[in-house]
Ligand binder design. Structure first.
Ligand code: UD1
Ligand code: UDP
Length: 388
């Protein structure tokens, strides 16, 4: 069995670190293809080094651009890799332009395609939602991380036999690399931070960065809270550019500790020890939840609705600086209750690899039968389709 895995953006490297390892253990050969969507050292190579991800066999060097041009260039380049390699399956992750390009290239060549992180929905028309919906509807195998994702797919009429609830590979990553972070990250010492005495923030979603009034509201809100608790903000390159364009006042920026993007181990360390996390990132919201740290999500909606339970995560639509600041202050006063089972059993990568290894026209068993995961999970599959 030969798989071609398509990655290109920061969170996909972290997901692939888990799944590629599991594929190797399951005896599946994995041709790693990096589209080059992210290319700065801190957005790409750093993750391959730190997380011991095999070097990509193909680096397509696509880089940045408008959505159509970027996705189109990826589609053409991925197609040519697939024609050369003829994998049995193409594996795509998440919701980026690299995801959609990989999915389309596979579908056009009629190569089976599977989607890790299937079924997430924000129910808007943001670029990521378009990428997710289109990818799910042409996927042959859909790996859904949560029961909410299962339900979303069922509601869209995707056949039950294509869907497997595996849990979330980001949860596996958080568990697998937590000890590495403790052993190898000295970020708290470097930044002279004490545990639970700072807020960690991240910001990169285009609906926040490319709307100057929202961007200003977020910075003003965070800077206001920074009068009482230091705020550390590793800046995504998209945000760095937009901050310059939006001319955020120097006085606001000076109150926030702006950093270059961090590696996963430093990031994990900062997340684990934060008093609170304020973010618009999907991955960071969940990591706050995994590490039991209260979160404020700087968006009006989330795909990861489980994090909202027990007061663990609070949504705030960033309409004004006061609104953002008061939501963060309120969250600082709360004592949330975290569940430990919402995102799987910490072996999602293995479940995915097992399902892939026994998938195919010649397979004797269905992927669900190969999984060997708790009955709770397969019951969820049935209950979503009302046939138990
Ligand atoms: C992409 C994904 C988003 C994901 C995020 C993870 C899409 C549509 N969006 O958003 O879902 O949450 O990655 O981080 O695919 N840039 C650099 N150096 C880099 C990468 C980007 O300077 O290494 C700058 C460029 O100016 C670029 C901009 O950041 O135009 C945006 O990058 P892009 O990959 O298009 O989208 P992201 O905002 O990173
Ligand atoms: N991350 C990181 N360094 C940073 C910011 C984020 O390693 O400076 C990690 C974070 O821990 C999470 C992932 O990147 O695992 C999330 O990626 P991002 O926020 O870029 O995208 P999203 O999850 O929103 O798609």
């Amino acid at each position: 069995m030969k798989v071609a895995s398509i990655v290109g953006a920061r969170p996909q490297f972290i997901k692939a670190a888990v799944v590629s390892k599991a594929l190797a253990s399951a005896g599946v050969s994995d041709v790693l293809v990096h589209t080059g969507q992210h290319y700065d050292f801190e957005m790409s190579a750093l993750f391959f080094d730190e997380l011991d991800i095999p070097a990509p066999k193909y680096h397509l060097g696509i880089g940045s651009g408008h959505h159509g041009a970027q996705t189109g260039r990826m589609l053409e380049a991925i197609e040519s890799v697939l024609l050369r390699n003829r994998p049995d399956m193409v594996l795509v992750y998440g919701d980026t332009n690299s995801t959609l390009a990989g999915a389309l290239a596979a579908a056009k060549l009629q190569i089976p395609m599977s989607h890790v992180e299937a079924g997430l929905r924000s129910f808007n028309r943001q670029p990521e939602e378009v990428n997710r919906v289109l990818t799910d509807h042409i996927a042959d195998l859909l790996f859904a991380p949560t029961s909410t994702a299962m339900r979303n797919l069922a509601n869209e009429g995707i056949p039950a036999e294509r869907i497997i609830r595996t849990g979330d590979v980001m949860y596996d990553a958080a568990l697998q690399f937590a000890a590495h972070a403790d052993a190898f990250s000295d970020v708290l010492q470097r930044l002279e931070l004490q545990p639970r005495t700072y807020i960690l923030a991240t910001l990169h979603r285009c609906e926040n960065t490319d709307d100057q009034s929202r961007l200003r509201a977020i910075f003003e809100g965070i800077a206001d809270v920074a009068r009482q608790l230091p705020v550390v903000l590793p800046l995504h390159p998209r945000t760095r550019k937009e901050v310059e364009r939006a001319q955020i006042p120097g006085g606001v920026l000076q109150r926030i500790r702006l950093l270059k993007p961090l590696g996963y181990l430093d990031m994990t360390m900062l997340e684990k020890h934060a008093r609170l996390i304020a973010t618009d990132s999907g991955g960071v919201q969940k990591e706050a939840y995994f590490h039991g740290v209260p979160c404020v999500t700087l968006r009006g909606e989330t795909e990861w609705t489980e994090t909202l339970e027990g007061g663990c995560n609070q949504l705030v639509f960033p309409a004004s600086g006061e609104g953002v600041a008061s939501c963060i202050r309120e969250a600082l006063g709360r004592e949330p209750t975290f569940r430990t089972d919402a995102y799987g059993d910490g072996h999602s990568g293995e479940h995915i690899a097992n399902a892939i290894s026994c998938w195919g026209p010649k397979a004797q068993r269905s992927p669900n039968e190969c999984l060997n995961i708790p009955s709770r999970v397969s019951n969820d599959v049935r209950s979503c389709y009302g046939n138990d």
